[in-house]
Design a binder for this molecule. Structure first.
Ligand code: GLA
Length: 737
């Protein structure tokens, strides 16, 4: 909901936005200065409320001649500009070709529209009939250069969150160069000492290593310069009240609906105000805006919760579900078996069909043919770009293979990496200039491949057609869309500072058209694991391959950090072989399986190399998963124990109607002579009685307890012995209301 509050003279005082329990309030000062007033629990300010607090400071600057009552450095702002008396980081920077800066943005007018903002094809939720959405548009103008910036705010319909973005228009007579165009800037008053920052960093196979630290003075910045959002994590940052836990404390979070270079930064100034910003990474970015042109920043999603990290995750999970394509939002994901770790590049049709038969025996519902089916690809050195099946491996072509797999009672899925080209490929031999490269310099290979210049319309058209013809032939039920290298030495037909953004605009267009035309196909996003797993991709990829690392002892922490933003249905999680292919670690089947129960289950196994006993147990786990699938994928997922804070990880799914829950516990570091463990299950109905049982611990006596007992005392159990990692799961069923 959006309301405007005016004073007794009819002048606008506040723009008030509410997204269920969360509120965002902007105040208008002197009729032209936008000042941030509040982001947090929703309330309605009084028309005769306080004027913004911005006392002048020693060694400071009075912004206006004749008015020493305020300084911009002390004012909480909505979209700060640089080169004035605010010495913190600005939200944007732009200039004329002769270097005259754009600044002094002043409020001019506003509009409220009944739609999502228009962001030139950048990711947004699909508009839906019947849904009430409002967007507040605030126009700001620099009278000297003619730059105008429209700030866009949309209360997110799933609650607790707001979408923010900025649109730049050149209303002047000279071209402008935009060097910085953040999606949001949020000034939190006097919050410095009590805040902690939660952010992730990481790399391939060690995605999203979570770190929580007190917010020190100065500026702390995270981001990606890789051209993809990166294995370090999504463009996101959380600010939590010190000491807040899963169920308590105020938490603010932001993430971008964007998949390329990004920053998230937080700046604690000397007066304890905190500036929180995020958007396009400004370093490699420069956009030329001709008179009359506009440029839209990616959208940011700002989330708020007063009930801790669990609360903010729920806000993000609901928003993520809303962002998914409608056909997959509430649809159970199939249990799949992926061929990659079973046979890598080494297979023929006979081998694939044996693998598919084995997959069926293990209870899988879909068989995924991973890398290696096209061109002459027998290793990762060739053929990307030549998207025709290799007749030696698949003589009858993809369509025939898919039919044979379907005849076994399985869905058919396919891997593809459309944005890449191998130097050893027919495509590259025909169009060497289609690969990103800097003129006069040697291009750099990453995983022996180049990236195609999607910013060229003919290249984008080639990619779209290539994918469409593969889809037409194989009619896959599932597609794993991969992207296996970062950008480097990348140049193309677009200007350097525009290239990466133009690449993404083209990619989003291709993905939007293809996924809309194939709503029944489940598209899983992958970039060497979780290298491009972000809210910008969710509208096309309702599921991600979170990491190539399936070693439960590590994977548990990747899933823990991923779950801060992503709901379980969005995370592909596979049971893989022991010893693990990435770490060489031996792990119990129970731990590998139950860890994978934290997301959408898949198998990365070769049944032929498994003992009969492991096959039987795996089949049992798959059946157990299927019986709880709706609960796991669409229940409220809660983190119970953090793998970052000890040797145990635990998580639970609680049904939306609280009638049941399912909890998983993993002991990642074996302990001799272990003490009993207590697993507290939040979110059940306090007075209802539940029955607790397990299939994983011999001798465990099922018992009954109320919801409040389970959330305060918890389930106490003696850890199972003899398996490493030890693992157990618990079913919690409501008996009475
Ligand atoms: C990436 C993916 C893997 C697999 C390989 C195939 O690394 O993350 O799961 O698909 O590519 O080359």
């Amino acid at each position: 909901m959006i309301t405007i509050i005016r004073d007794a003279r009819g002048e606008i005082r506040y723009f008030v936005l509410a997204s269920k329990e969360a509120g965002y309030i902007i105040s208008l000062h002197k009729g032209r200065i936008l000042s941030h007033y509040h982001f947090g629990a929703a309330f309605t300010p009084c028309a005769a409320g306080p004027v913004p607090l911005a006392p002048p400071q020693g060694f400071g600057v009075a912004e206006e001649r004749g008015d020493t009552s305020y300084s911009l450095h002390r004012l909480a702002q909505e979209y700060p500009w640089g080169l004035g008396g605010d010495f913190r980081s600005p939200a944007f920077a732009a200039e004329t070709p002769r270097g005259a800066p754009c600044m002094e943005l002043a409020y001019r007018r506003h509009r409220i529209t009944r739609s999502w903002p228009d962001l030139d094809g950048l990711p947004l939720p699909d508009p839906e009939s019947g849904e009430e959405v409002e967007t507040l548009e605030l126009d700001l103008e620099d009278p000297v250069t003619g730059l105008s910036v429209t700030l866009l705010y949309t209360p997110f319909p799933t609650g607790g969150a707001f979408l923010r973005a900025a649109r730049f228009s050149n209303g002047g007579t000279e071209p402008l160069i935009i060097r910085r165009a953040l999606s949001f800037s949020l000034d939190l008053p006097l919050r410095g000492p009590g805040l902690e920052v939660l952010a992730t960093e990481g790399g391939w196979a060690r995605e999203r290593v979570l770190e929580r630290r007190p917010l020190g003075r100065g500026r702390l910045e995270f981001g990606s310069r890789r051209g993809v959002s990166g294995h370090g994590g999504s463009p996101a940052l959380l600010l939590a009240e010190a000491g807040s836990g899963e169920d308590s404390g105020e938490v603010i979070g932001a993430t971008l609906l964007y998949s390329g270079d990004w920053i998230m930064a937080v700046e604690r100034a000397e007066d304890e105000t905190v500036r929180f910003q995020g958007g396009l990474h400004p370093e490699l970015f420069a956009w030329h805006l001709l008179p009359g042109e506009t440029f839209a920043s990616p959208a940011a999603l700002l989330a708020h919760s007063t009930v801790g990290l669990g609360g903010i995750s729920e806000v993000f999970h609901r928003a993520a579900r809303r962002l998914m394509p409608a056909s997959w939002r509430d649809r159970e994901r199939p249990v799949l078996l992926n061929s990659w770790e079973a046979c890598y590049f080494d297979y023929d049709e006979k081998r694939l069909l044996e693998l598919a038969r084995g997959a069926k025996e293990l209870g899988a519902e879909l068989f995924v043919l991973d890398d290696g089916w096209f061109g002459r690809r027998d290793n990762d050195c060739s053929s990307l770009g030549d998207w025709r099946a290799n007749p030696r491996k698949i003589p009858g072509g993809l369509g025939t293979l898919a039919d044979k797999v379907r005849a076994l009672g399985l869905g058919f899925g396919l891997w593809i990496e459309p944005e890449a080209v191998s130097p050893d490929s027919d495509l590259f031999r025909t169009h060497p200039d289609w690969a990103l490269a800097l003129p006069g310099r040697e291009p750099a290979e990453g995983r022996n491949q180049f990236i195609l210049d999607l910013s060229r319309p003919e290249v984008a058209a080639f990619i779209e057609n290539a994918v469409r013809s593969v889809l037409a032939e194989a009619k896959p039920d599932y597609v794993k869309w991969d992207m296996n290298r970062p950008f480097s030495r990348s140049g193309g037909v677009s200007m350097q500072g525009e290239l990466r953004h133009r690449y993404l605009l083209a990619l989003y267009g291709i993905l939007r058209r293809i996924t809309r035309d194939h709503p029944e196909t489940l598209f899983e996003g992958c970039a060497g694991g979780g290298g491009r797993m972000d809210f910008g991709m969710i509208p096309f990829f309702p599921q991600f391959w979170a990491s190539d690392n399936t070693d439960a002892a590590f994977r548990a922490s990747i899933q823990h950090a991923s779950s801060l933003l992503f709901p379980p249905a969005a995370l592909g999680a596979h049971i893989s072989a022991s010893p693990n292919h990435q770490t060489g670690r031996h792990a119990s089947l129970a731990s590998r399986a139950l860890c994978a129960f934290g997301g959408s289950l898949g198998l990365e196994l070769d049944p032929e190399r498994m003992s009969k006993e492991d096959q039987r147990k795996t089949r049992e786990f798959v059946e157990r998963y299927k019986a709880r699938r709706a609960l796991i994928q669409f229940g409220k997922q809660r983190r119970l124990l953090s793998p970052y804070e000890g040797g145990d990880a635990a998580f639970a799914s609680v049904a939306q109607d609280r009638s049941r829950a399912f909890a998983v516990w993993l002991r990642l570091r074996a302990l001799p002579n272990p003490a009993p463990v207590a697993l507290r299950i939040p979110g059940l109905e306090d007075r209802a009685v539940y029955r607790v049982s397990t299939q994983d611990i011999g001798g465990f006596q099922p018992f009954e307890a109320t919801g409040s007992e389970l959330s305060s005392r918890g389930i106490l159990f003696a850890p199972p012995l003899g398996e490493d990692p030890a693992a157990a799961s618990f079913d919690i069923e409501r008996l009475s209301a």
